[in-house]
Every structure is written in C-alpha cells, then in structure tokens.
Design a protein around this ligand. Sequence first.
Ligand code: NAD
Length: 500
Amino acid sequence: MSTTTPIIGDWRRHAERLTLDGRAFIDGGYADALSGATLEARTPLTGERIADLAACDEADVDVAVAAARRAFEHGAWSRAAPAERKRVLLRLAELVRDHRDELAATITLDAGRPITAARGEVDGAADTFQFYAEAIDKVLDEVAPTQPTALALVTREPIGVVAAVVPWNFPIGMATWKLAPALAAGNSVIVKPAEQASLVLTRLAALMHEAGVPAGVQQVLPGRGEDAGQALGRHHDVDAVAFTGSTEVGKLFLIYAGQSNMKSVSLECGGKSPNIVLADAGDLDRVARFAALGAFVNQGEMCSSGSRLVVEEAIRDELVERVVAHSAAWQVGDPFDPATTSGALIDETQMDRVLDYVAVGRTAGARLVAGGERVAPESGGYYVAPTVFDDVDNGMRIAQEEIFGPVLSVIPARDADDAVRIANDTMYGLAAAVWTRDVTTAHRVSRAVRAGTVWVNTYNQANLAVPFGGYKQSGFGRDKSLHALEKYTQLKTTWLNLEV
Ligand code: NAD
C-alpha cells in the first residue's frame, strides 16, 4: 500500500500508465460482448476517448445469469461457512488497499472526481468489504418463542442471483455498498456499472477474482442501461435487483419486476435535500461552511446534496453572504491536483443540463449571487463554478428537480413550521439537516421531516454502521449497516414438531 501522496505531475504520469480494460468479466474471465459491440469511455477532463467498453446486451446477460445460477447452485460460495467468505472478503479489502492509487486514478480519469476524494472513495470501498466480512460470521438466526411442543427456526438464506445496477457519481463506492453485503451473505452478484464510469469496476472484478471469489459469483457487465440494465431487470432468473440511480429509472425496475418474475427490488434514488437553518443556529460561519460543503462536494453530483438551503428570514442576508464567501473558496479545476475540491462534471450532457438549470432559475426570477458559468473551457473539461441562487421559491423547478450539479437554492422561511412545510414539499425524501441550538426544536423538526437521514448541526456525516436510504420517491431499502443484509437474504421459517 502506498502511503505518500504523489503531486499533480506524478498523478498524471500515473494515469498515463494505467491499463484500462473495459471488457466484461463473465464466469471468471474477461470477455468482449458477444455481439462484438463497444461503447466509448471518454474522460471528462478533456473529452478524449480513453478506452472501449464491452456493450453487453441481453445475450451477454443470459450467459452471465446462467453462470451466476450455476455458481449459486454449486454452493462453493453460497453454502460456504460464513468464516470462509469472511477470509476471502478480508483478502479483497487488502487487495483494494494495495491498489488504491491505481483505482483512484482510474476514477479521477474516468469520472472527474478530485484525486483526494477518489482515494478516500477507494479506502471506503475497502472498509466496506472489511465491514461485511467481519460482520457475517457474527449474525445469528432466531428461535421463536412458540408453544413448547414445537421449535420454530427463523433463518436467513441468500436470495440467489442479485443484479446491482449502479450510477457513475461514486463509481466504486455505490457498487461496493451492494457487492459487499450481497457477497458476504452468499449470493452470486452481477454488477452493471454506469456507461459513464465503468472502468474502475471492470478492474475491481479482477481483484475480486484474485481474492478468491469463485467464477460466476461476481461478474461485471458494462453496457447501456436500456440493453444490459433492462435485460437484468427483466430476467426471469435474477432474484433481486439492487439499484442506485435516478428516480425515473428506479421506477422502470419496478415495471420490469412486475412484468417478469416479481424479483425483489430495492431502490436508492434521487434527492432534493433541505438544509434548514433556523435563527438560533449559532455560529453562522460554520453553518455556511457546511452549507457549501453539502451543496458542492463531489461537484454537487451527490444524491444527498443539500441543494435547498431553507433559511429563517431573520438570518438570511448574513448567511447568504457567508455561503457566497465559502463557495468562492472551492477550488474548481484539474482533479489530478490534490488541492482541487471540485473536479469535472461527468460529461458534456450533464454540464449542459446544469447550465440549462442556471438559465431556468434566472428566467423564473431567482437571484444568481455566485457562479453560474463554465470554468476553464479551454481545457475541454466539464467544469462549472459553485453556484448560489437566492430568493428561490420552493415551487420553482430549480427547487423541485434534482440538478445533480453544484447549484444551491436559498429558500426563505418564516419560522420552523414554515421550514418543515417547505422541506417536505418535494417528491423526494433522502436526507435533510436542521441547524438550531434548541434541543426540543432539533427533535421536533427531525421528526417532522420525511427523510431517511436527518443531520442536526452538521451535514453529510456518515459511518458504515449507519443505514442510508430514502423515503418517498428517493426509494426504499437501505445500503450500509447490518440492515443492508435484509436486501440480500430471505427469511425461512422451519417448524419442528417436538411432540412424542
Ligand atoms: P441513471 O438512473 O441514469 O442510471 C443508473 C443506472 O441505471 C446506470 O447503470 C444506467 O446504465 C442504468 N439505466 C439507465 N437507463 C436504464 C434503463 N432504461 N433500464 C435499466 N437500466 C438503466 O442514474 P445516473 O445518472 O447514473 O446517476 C445519477 C442518479 O443516481 C441521481 O438521480 C442520484 O440521485 C442517484 N443516486 C442515488 C444515490 C442514493 O443512495 N440514493 C446514490 C448515488 C446516486
């Protein structure tokens, strides 16, 4: 494991030396799509092509699902002692750490994440494999308190073949939140990476193989959502889909399940999270720093982005002034510079979408007080300045629709009740925050806000032991924590008659 942080030039050289293999990993080895078709992987740093991806479709999905089912039935993984799966996954965690710089540079090149953040993401992936490895031989089943003439065992069994369909914003992180608990529980898992950021996952497949995850138990199939993603969603021999992505596509997976085999579906979808600041919040500079962090971290390409700053009128002017000052401190630019805090948006389409929303906000009458424009266009990269709109009405599109870019809307509220009303006035319910010094108000507001996570006097705090997921159209099911195992197992009740 490397312990030093290479400087920018070193990182660039590192990236130039990467071997990028965009082929699928099926049944224990790399393979082209059966059709021979490919997709181009382009870097958002310059727009240049960096690799070809196998464009898998229904035919490849059929082969992968058959291999996954064979491996599951064979039992080398699904029926292995949990302690054996633990050993393999701990080896995998170490292998991921050993390859941290390579994996991080791949993420930065392919997805535009700042290198410092990408390294953190890879560390998080290793920690996730370790967390579920260490947990899986400590999770006990149940004996129910039935009548004394019977014994009822309530046991958890792996669900079978799991498809994990993931987005591009945390290319390894979102996938490992699903891979680690699903593999630990004994399933066969097929990962469908996002077209925009597949390369770190096609590489991870080889590391999973090297760690000792058997052939067919883990497979990675790049390809278009409408092709590989849909084929997995509609497959009659896939038992569960764990999806992270947009609400729109999440709904399609419910349709696919209903039209095929009623597979179980869990959805981690979008958000429009309110960050509520009440007049008694206290240190407004600290609040402003977190407000900027909540909105701009990962270039705003974050499901839990605190994209609505709901502020009690009495402190609005001062807070907005401080948020604007903090947003100016975000260093936007070359993601291979370790000092960069905001890298490139994932592709030109996403950048244009974000800039369109800036125009939509202006037209609707919101007041642009920071950013709003592309940065360093001469690089060919897709950079957008941290952007703040004041005077936003919660009914405006910029307050209702997920932008998935560095755009913060400041929405005035009369008091705490009005703030809660505004906070809940959205189809989403992923996360929220409230800033107040009053403990009663903190509890009252956290209870009233309909969101899967509520932060009090902080934003984006996280820990693997804590579940993460949404209410409403942000989805259902939870990633992280021991609760995630529920998505990848099913309960079996076995009755034994003890009467003689
Ligand atoms: P997306 O919905 O466009 O794509 C997600 C995945 O679905 C990709 O692998 C894609 O190829 C696949 N897909 C696309 N169309 C499909 C179709 N018709 N059938 C089957 N599969 C299809 O999302 P994205 O643009 O990659 O990611 C951004 C979204 O992800 C945002 O909405 C964000 O909020 C969400 N997200 C949520 C969480 C969370 O934990 N709640 C975390 C990260 C990202």
